[in-house]
Design a binder for this molecule. Structure first.
Ligand SMILES: Nc1nc2c(ncn2[C@@H]2O[C@H](COP(=O)(O)OP(=O)(O)OP(=O)(O)O)[C@@H](O)[C@H]2O)c(=O)[nH]1
Ligand SMILES: Nc1nc2c(ncn2[C@@H]2O[C@H](COP(=O)(O)OP(=O)(O)OP(=O)(O)O)[C@@H](O)[C@H]2O)c(=O)[nH]1
Length: 437
């Protein structure tokens, strides 16, 4: 697969991850003011005027001593030179030119790939003027003053960068591959679940060598299915970053939720469903994400023949009126139904992306409406003429009728149930709109 790759290199704390996040349009990497604490190496996808690209933030862990710096510079540059189509060499106008910048420049001189110097932290015009001193580095096609923080200058930079991109054959590399977010309260088994997937079969993760283990969105191929788990940063490297920065982990779950097609929400069987779980599920619903609930640690529960049924009923009662969500009883430890969990998430994705033809919809749903028409209001009859699925990202059905304002909530629910009865949509929120015709 061809893809346009931008690599960001530069000494610690110049703002590489800030720019990275801006380019991919999401806040994915963990940032901190203390130099060197920045997280795992990351990659992400972005686009500019219809051109897709991959960004690598080459910054990893940099520790204090000189030779480790050198090794780090070497690693970053090597990765950038090997993988990138365009290299962004970032410096800091606030701090000015430093010895480390010069070292980076020396390493970068070996490549003939296009390099741009990004003079970051140029938050104001006065600051932007300070970029002049970086001409002394003697490399780069051009210097762009940029503020990664407020975004100024990044458009001009991207305009220049994309002139080096291949024109054809480059599309969103993740298009059409389902994105799952694995969510749940602490200790329910999220990491164990994801790690088990990693272990099941070799993951292909990314097409970029060297970034595999640190990928933020990881591509998996498990049980013969290809999918992406959104935001798995830290999953395998817990010890390295003190991830109990609670704030970040909550933020990240929310981002992951927003980015995903399907949310795999894990509950702890020994604790039952709790208020926070219900909040998470309704948040997924509000964002119109597909939902699968896993009741994990099922191996720890004393079971009788009705256990799963009772458990499922309790869940559905607590999350009412949502009742279309599949519930799977798993144990990551004994590997029970983990396969089934992924299969179900795939099915939910397929349900979410299915398009029902207008003729099929009308064939099935108009008779349901005839059987139980909308109740008359103030002596007026509501007549639904036809139904069509709108070409939207999330399943939305338009009902064309004479008096759309007279359709009541209870009747909407009847229509939704009819659609679910005939066409599935298990695990997927659907929306009904009424239009005048
Ligand atoms: N004023 C200003 N501050 C910025 C800008 N971009 C980044 N910063 C700040 O600079 C600091 C370092 O930013 P990071 O993005 O973590 O830098 P990094 O180069 O990824 O750092 P390492 O991970 O240590 O290599 C943070 O406090 C950012 O908020 C900018 O455009 N203007
Ligand atoms: N018995 C049993 N234990 C499990 C199961 N899944 C996970 N665990 C254990 O539960 C504990 C928490 O698992 P993690 O995978 O770290 O949970 P997590 O949700 O990622 O936790 P946080 O990172 O704190 O949010 C570990 O001790 C696991 O071994 C399971 O299916 N059965």
């Amino acid at each position: 697969m061809s893809s346009n790759i931008i690599a960001i290199v530069g000494r610690p704390n110049v703002g590489k991850s800030t720019l990275f996040n801006r380019l991919i349009g999401h806040r994915k990497a963990i940032m901190d003011n203390v130099s060197g604490v920045t997280r795992d190496r990351s990659y992400g996808h972005g686009d500019w005027i219809g051109k897709y690209f991959t960004v690598i933030d080459t910054g990893g862990y940099v520790h204090g001593t000189d030779d480790i710096f050198e090794e780090e510079i070497n690693k970053q540059v090597e990765l950038a030179v090997k993988e990138a189509d365009v290299i962004l060499f970032m410096v800091d106008v606030d701090a000015g030119l430093t010895g480390l910048d010069e070292e980076f420049a020396n390493y970068l001189r070996r490549t003939d790939k296009p390099i741009y110097i990004v003079a970051n932290k140029a938050d104001s015009n006065a600051r932007a003027h300070q970029m002049g001193e970086f001409y002394a580095l003697g490399i780069g096609l051009e210097i762009f003053p940029v503020s990664s923080q407020n975004g100024s200058g990044t458009g001009e930079l991207l305009d220049a960068v994309i002139t080096h991109f291949k024109d054809e054959g480059v599309e969103d590399p993740d298009a059409g591959i389902p994105k799952f977010a694995v969510l749940g309260r602490p200790n329910v088994g999220k990491s164990s679940f994801v790690n088990l997937l990693l272990g099941v079969e070799r993951n292909i993760v990314t097409d970029i060598a060297g970034t595999t283990r640190d990928a933020i969105d990881s591509r998996y191929n498990a049980f013969g299915k290809e999918f992406i788990i959104v935001d798995t940063a830290g999953v395998r490297r817990k010890s390295k970053v003190s991830e109990d920065i609670e704030f970040y982990s909550v933020m990240r779950s929310l981002r992951a939720l927003e980015d995903a097609d399907v949310c795999i929400i894990i509950l702890d069987a020994t604790r039952g469903i709790e208020a926070q779980d219900v909040n998470l599920i309704s948040l997924a619903e509000k964002n119109r994400k597909g939902i699968v609930i896993l009741v994990n640690k099922w191996d720890l529960v004393e079971k009788n023949t009705n256990s799963t049924k009772e458990f499922e009923e309790e869940i559905l009662e607590k999350i009412a009126p949502i009742k279309y969500v599949p519930v799977i009883f798993t144990s990551v430890v004994t590997k029970q139904r983990v396969h089934k969990a992924i299969e179900t998430a795939m099915e939910v994705y397929e349900n979410k992306t299915q398009k029902i033809s207008t003729s099929k919809l009308n064939d099935k749903i108009l008779p349901e409406i005839d059987r139980y028409p909308p109740p008359a209001i103030k002596g007026k009859f509501v007549k639904i003429k036809y139904i069509t699925q709108l070409p939207t990202h999330n399943p939305t059905f338009a009902f064309f009728c004479n008096l759309p304002q007279y359709i009541k909530e209870s009747y909407t629910r009847y229509l939704e149930n009819s659609i679910r009865k005939h066409f599935g949509f298990d695990g997927v929120p659907i929306k009904l709109v009424f239009r005048k015709k």
